[in-house]
Ligand binder design. Structure first.
Ligand SMILES: [Zn+2]
Length: 129
C-alpha cells in the first residue's frame, strides 16, 4: 500500500504540539514547535509515527535542557544551535558516496552527522529527498 504524503496526520500534529507543552513558554518552545511541525510535512505515515514518538519520548529531556539552572551559557542560546530534530536524534538522512569510491554511507542533511547503521535505512527514507 502506498503511503499518503504531504499534509501531516492529525494525531501526529496534535501529539507533537502537546509534547512541546512540557517545555516552558518562550522562544525555544515556539521555535521548536514550528520546526518539529514543519518536519512532518512530506513524511510518510511511518516516518511521521517515528518522528512523533521521538518527540514525545524526548520532550522531558528538552524541558530539562531549558530549565537547567547550572548552565554557564544562557540555556536557550546554547541548546538552539543544533537543529531540534537532530537533538532528538531525528536526523534527515541521505545517502552519500565516499570520495575515494570505497562505498556509500548516510549523512544528515542538517547537521552532517554520519550514520554507520545501514540496517535502518528504510525507516528514514519515507518522503525525504
Ligand atoms: Zn542531524
Amino acid at each position: 500500500m502506498m503511503s499518503v504524503e504531504g499534509r501531516p496526520q492529525w494525531w501526529s500534529l496534535t501529539a507533537t504540539r502537546t509534547a512541546l507543552r512540557l517545555v516552558p513558554r518562550g522562544g525555544a518552545r515556539d521555535r521548536w514547535q514550528q520546526e518539529l511541525v514543519a518536519e512532518l510535512y512530506g513524511l510518510s505515515r511511518a516516518a511521521q509515527a517515528r518522528h512523533t514518538i521521538g518527540v514525545v519520548t524526548r520532550a522531558p529531556a528538552l524541558r530539562a535542557a531549558v530549565t537547567a539552572r547550572d548552565r554557564v551559557t544562557p540555556p536557550e542560546e546554547n541548546i538552539m544551535r543544533k537543529p531540534i530534530s537532530c537533538r532528538l536524534h531525528l536526523h534527515r538522512w541521505h545517502t552519500v558516496s565516499a570520495e575515494d569510491g570505497s562505498g556509500r554511507f548516510r549523512e544528515c542533511r542538517r547537521c552532517g552527522k554520519e550514520d554507520a547503521d545501514d540496517g535502518r535505512a528504510n525507516w528514514f527514507s519515507g518522503g525525504a529527498m
